[in-house]
Design a protein around this ligand. Structure first.
Ligand code: 6PG
Length: 467
């Protein structure tokens, strides 16, 4: 009996690749897998018996039905180019390469253009949700030819996450392959900011109020059934509650306070500046990780600089909750402002409401709050900024005073709050009709004759200042 060819092939059977392969196979698709690492091949063959696993790439390619669909789940950068350069020798016009890694969006644009010259389609696929998401339902953000997307859509819609009302979190967001990876990058930028404000809240409660990890977990658990409900709050409860088996201490209290980063959040901060968008919550979350990595320097400097003695430890817990929500709204407003700027700069037509909807399940920043973000952009597609949406402005008018009190409380104690503070500053600046930028213009004109506009007469002016 002739062996049926596989519907799709996956190159890269690491954590994400193997989990995604199993997810696709469980949806009754025939899946071929290729991996060059013998240890990963052995592991894959023992775990995923329903997947056609190859260590010979020619046989792997031959096992896939035409037009061939090959999903790359490999490390971003040169490895992707190496695999593409190899594959293009064996693929034909009409075949499809789907890049499911965290590739840089500019690379995705170049690859799409290069492969199209050979008639090969390239889809940039942002996949979010970690290993568990890949296995049971990630959020999927696709960029590339919509006709090509439709050939893989049946598979993607089957494996993607679903919201409580069964809406599928897999979307085609634009014709450019760069769009899928750009949206994933901004997802990760928001993820960094969201994780940082949660960690700062933990710091305020523990260092400032003397809460234990278990007491903080209890507070977060109460908040997880409120408008703060999110995957990141939920996993923070689990991380804070988890007791180390040997010491019976909260494991988190034994973890070294140095945050790693593979770099996607940093790329989001760079993209914001390249697009002329202020995203201080995202860039400060990256800086916070960088400073956390300087453990020895921080220990040494703490011996020179003592923190102020706290007069009274009391911080209103309702203020803390409102501060967390306010900073979250500010951070998301910045993330969506980057997406909006990218639409203008790259002449894309990303639907911001669709992106918010796509993030409601499966991805790391999934949260109830995204329903309201989507609603804000459905109501006003050209919304200048999320904080101008009536739903959010009514929340912020009530909660900004709390963020001001909380940031002030932390400042008087020397407790760092890089993203809580940046989120507040972003809001204060965005809502100030008059800023001291007039002095900056004067300074620039003084030393560089760069000119300035005046408020009392039209045109561009300069001054000799040296009178
Ligand atoms: C996701 C995650 C994932 C992330 C890694 C590493 O959406 O599933 O964002 O893509 O890149 O978990 O994250 P770091 O950048 O923190 O190392």
């Amino acid at each position: 009996m002739e062996t049926k060819q596989n519907h799709i092939g996956i190159i890269g059977l690491g954590v994400m690749g193997l989990n995604l392969a199993q997810n696709i196979s469980n949806q009754n698709f025939r899946v071929a897998g290729f991996e060059k690492d013998p240890a990963l091949i052995e592991a894959a063959r023992s775990i995923a018996t329903n997947i056609d696993i190859f260590d010979d790439i020619i046989a792997f390619i031959a096992s896939i039905e035409k037009p061939k669909k090959i999903l790359l789940m490999i490390t971003a950068g040169e490895p992707v180019d190496e695999v593409i350069n190899y594959l293009q020798e064996y693929l034909l016009s009409g075949d499809v390469i789907i890049d499911g890694g965290n590739s840089h969006y500019k690379d995705s644009l170049t690859r799409q253009q290069q492969l199209l010259n050979l008639g090969i389609h390239y889809i940039g696929l942002g996949i979010s949700g970690g290993a568990n998401g890949a296995r049971y339902g990630p959020a999927i953000m696709a960029g590339g030819s919509v006709n090509c997307y439709k050939t893989i859509e049946p598979i993607l819609r089957k494996v993607a996450a679903r919201t409580d009302n069964k809406e599928i979190c897999a979307s085609h967001l634009g014709e450019s392959a760069a769009v899928g990876h750009f949206v994933k990058m901004i997802h990760n930028g928001i993820e960094y900011a969201d994780m940082q404000i949660i960690s700062e809240t933990y710091d305020f409660l523990s260092k400032g109020m003397g809460y234990s990890e278990l007491e903080t977990a209890k507070v977060f658990k109460q908040w997880s059934s409120s408008e703060l409900s999110s995957f990141l709050i939920d996993i923070s409860v689990s991380v804070l509650e988890y007791l180390d088996k040997d010491t019976k201490q909260p494991l988190v209290s034994l973890i070294l306070d140095r945050a790693e980063q593979k770099g996607t959040g940093r790329l989001a901060a760079i993209a914001a500046l390249e697009l002329g968008v202020a995203a201080p919550s995202i860039s400060e979350s990256v800086s916070a990780r960088i400073l956390s990595s300087k453990k020895q320097e921080r220990v040494s400097s703490s011996k020179i600089y003592k923190k102020p003695e706290a007069k009274h430890p009391y911080l209103d817990i309702v203020d803390m909750k409102k501060a967390l929500l306010t900073a979250k709204i500010s951070a998301y407003a910045q993330g969506f402002d980057i997406l909006s700027a990218a639409n203008k700069e790259f002449d894309w037509d990303m639907n911001l409401a669709d992106i918010a909807k796509n993030w409601r399940a499966g991805c790391i920043i999934r949260a109830r709050f995204l329903d309201e973000v989507a609603e804000a952009f459905i109501t006003e597609a050209k919304l200048a900024n999320l904080i101008m949406a009536p739903h959010f402005s009514s929340i912020l008018k009530d909660s900004i005073p709390s963020l001001r009190r909380v940031v002030k409380w932390g400042i008087t104690r020397g407790i760092p709050s890089p993203v809580l503070s940046a989120s507040l500053s972003y809001f204060e600046t965005y809502t100030s009709p008059n800023l001291p930028a007039n002095l900056i213009q004067g300074q620039r004109d003084y030393f560089g004759s760069h000119g300035f506009e005046r408020i009392d007469k039209p045109g561009f002016h300069t001054s000799d200042w040296n009178q």
